[in-house]
Design a protein. Sequence first.
Length: 258
Amino acid sequence: MNNSGIESNDRKHKNQISEIIQEGLIDLHGRNGYKSIMQTMMKISRKTEKEIITNYELFAELTEGVFGKSSNKILQPIKLEIQKIGEENIYQEEKQAPKIPIRILIADDDLDILGLYKAFLEAKGKEITLTTDGRKCVEAYKRKYDSQQSENYFDVVILDQKMPFMTGLQAAAEILSINPQQRIIFASGYIEKTLLDILTKLNRAIAVIEKPFSLDVLEHMIDNVTIFEKLEKININQQERNNKQKVEEIMTVLQNQI
């Protein structure tokens, strides 16, 4: 949204607040009472009427000063009405905001498995790019990087470990050289061995899902930001640990989150 749009929404919100405050005071004290209250508040605060009735916090502070203990009778219904328009505005913004689907790049040399990934994940609203080996995966990643001028185009990259031309590990090394923060999930039948290979060759904690796995479990891992955050903490932690200890830490993260 551009600045003019933001300013327009801000004006609209302030106008809604002023209407609620005016109507609330008039209902309780009539029009003459409203004018009298405003004059008192303007004198105390040295603010204009518009400044007071478009700023609930200022209005509430002045109301408490003028009415003391009985101010709650005025403020409570006004506050409830203002909260309602706040909720309505949030709902409208969420409704109008375009939802960008999670983008996933997948590399696997088994065409049947790729078909299952695509059908299942697209049905869940995700945008899927399929490749049949590690080299094609890296090429697809670079194409999006070059065309979009963004290293964060793909939210998650899923790599089978054993593939022709370029293994999952080799593809991961290429991708991480472009974007060190890229979220990657390895699919492997030997989870501990794969984790150890990743730590030895890439020196970082990366998520691994053990074959065979259900597509529901895969989707949960894709959507579970906590897994990636905890793995990143392992990467950042400079405490001296050998790879076997790191594997145990990563396994604990994966087992507790899946």
